[in-house]
Design a protein around this ligand. Structure first.
Ligand code: MN
Length: 494
């Protein structure tokens, strides 16, 4: 992995060292430690040399005497463009000052951030590497800053990494951030996962051996490894499933990485010949990739000793893309000339990231002063989701169009069942009011309140509908307004 730095990279390190001389991080280390860590992350993502150099220099223009012109003279337009972009985001983040002048009114902070990124998505990749290292060293900051950065990472950066299909980054960011946002819950779930893994270890070994033997017999080249569920994703899943661990089927998962797509399907067949697949849990994300471009076959099986195990089956390229997403697509663009590509081993590049092009065209139009209706954008980056807050500042994500009762039932069915009112952003509101991105929602409850069948028209999510229907049935209400079957159908989100 460790390659020698090119002369340009060496030069950048030297310039950054000089520029940051005498500056220190909150950890007490010389400042240069940070840009060098960002450089290392970008190298792990296989980014190109200009991006790596811009990563080394990313804080110089804002924090030192070095100017963009100095950088342009030494390293060219591309590097100075990238450094400028990263500098602009950090100022844009604090109030979005420089984009407010041309950005139409929108509450969508994600969109604002993305438009602030400018024309080169590599800027975003440097920013993500920067944020990752800042999270890794978050313990050095005072608690209020820790919480602020952690919340923002959960709200903006981890979902962004997800949309770019940078799976490994998403997991690491979300888990570090979650630890600061809700330390007790984090520790509890982490221990739960560890205990589960310990108890599953023995049977997992056996399963690994059975699968390996079967695959070898069929002469399939493979790598087999366990995948550990991230704490934050378990937290999210439990929230969706009413904290019922019995409904979490992917705590134990094995990943099989094979050479090509044909082997993926062969492997799936072999696994199903060994174990019983659970109905409805076979997902073909190869034929129909996820929106962020993610590809894999998923299946959940029940083993002979009644263990539930999820298998994820994919090619090496799909794996690389699932881990590094957008960054990997840069890498594979460069790999197109390689032998593997010519042999057809690299299947195809993600087309699902076309929204980036659209975004960049929009940003350019806005800068030229042209009018753009943001609602008409097909970007749909987070269009299906809103993030709202509890009064304590916990972030709850809901589908767009969700209502206060959806929020209440998401918190807890005890809260949902006893709602008497809602305050949105400190003002009394009503249960018909659609929640909007960034709302602070306070649910008012009373012990004497009981669920009411008229509430069925005031919810969007199937989660809340389930809870409410259960409560209504339990209360043995009059059958006059029995919940209709058809209303159970998940409503289409815009
Ligand atoms: Mn930085």
């Amino acid at each position: 992995m460790k390659e020698k730095n090119s002369p340009r990279v060496e030069k950048a390190i030297e310039i950054a060292k000089q520029a940051h001389e005498g500056q220190f991080r909150k950890t007490g280390e010389p400042y240069i430690v940070h840009p060098l860590a960002v450089k290392k992350i970008l190298e792990e993502w296989h980014m190109d040399e200009d991006t790596i150099i811009a990563g080394i220099l990313h804080d110089t223009v804002e924090d030192t005497d070095l100017t963009l012109e100095d950088i342009r003279k030494e390293f060219g337009d591309s590097v100075s463009f990238l450094v400028n972009g990263v500098t602009k985001i950090s100022t844009a983040r604090t109030g979005m000052r420089d984009i407010d002048s041309y950005l139409p009114e929108t509450k969508d902070n994600f969109l604002r951030l993305l438009i602030a990124l400018g024309d080169d998505i590599r800027v975003l990749i440097i920013k993500l590497a920067d944020r990752l290292h800042n999270l890794r060293t978050l313990s050095a900051l005072p608690p209020d800053k820790q919480r602020k950065i952690a919340k923002e990472s959960l709200e903006v950066f981890a979902p962004l990494a997800d949309r770019l299909n940078m799976g490994r980054l998403r997991v690491e960011m979300a888990d570090i951030a979650f630890k600061y946002v809700d330390p007790k819950r984090y520790d509890y779930l982490k221990e739960l996962i560890e205990k589960h893994n310990e108890s599953a270890e023995k049977s997992l070994k056996k399963i690994e051996k059975e699968v390996s033997d079967a695959l070898r017999k069929e002469k399939i080249d493979f790598e087999l490894a366990g995948r550990v569920k991230s704490v934050y994703s378990l937290h999210r899943k439990l929230a969706k499933h009413n904290q019922n661990m019995g409904e979490i089927y992917d705590l134990t998962a094995l990943r099989v990485i094979v050479d090509d797509i044909t082997d993926c399907y062969l492997t799936l067949g072999i696994i199903h010949s060994l174990y019983t697949p659970m109905g409805g849990r076979i997902k073909d994300y190869i034929a129909v990739p996820k929106q962020n471009g993610y590809q894999s076959l998923h299946t959940t099986v029940i083993t002979k000793d009644k263990k539930i195990v999820e298998f994820q089956i994919r090619t090496k390229e799909m794996h690389e893309f699932a881990e590094h997403g957008l960054a990997a697509s840069f890498y594979y663009n460069e790999q197109k000339v390689t032998e593997n590509y010519k042999k057809g081993k690299i299947e195809h590049l993600p087309t699902n990231l076309l929204w980036i092009t659209e975004l960049q065209m929009t940003a350019a139009k806005l800068r030229e002063g042209k009018k753009v209706d943001l609602r008409k954008l097909k970007i749909n980056l987070f269009a299906d989701k809103i993030f709202v807050y509890t009064p304590k500042g916990d972030i709850i994500d809901l589908p767009k169009g969700a209502l206060p009762l959806d929020f209440a039932y998401r918190l807890h069915s005890e809260i949902g069942d006893h709602v008497i009112g809602v305050k949105i952003n400190g003002k009394m509101s009503n249960l018909n009011r659609k929640l909007e991105q960034g709302d602070i929602v306070e649910i008012l409850t009373s012990k004497n309140q009981v669920p009411n069948s008229s509430w069925l028209s005031k919810i969007l999510t199937s989660h809340a509908r389930q809870k409410l229907t259960r409560a209504l049935n339990a209360a043995n209400r009059e059958p006059a307004e029995k919940p209709k079957k058809s209303s159970r159908k998940k409503q289409k989100r815009s």
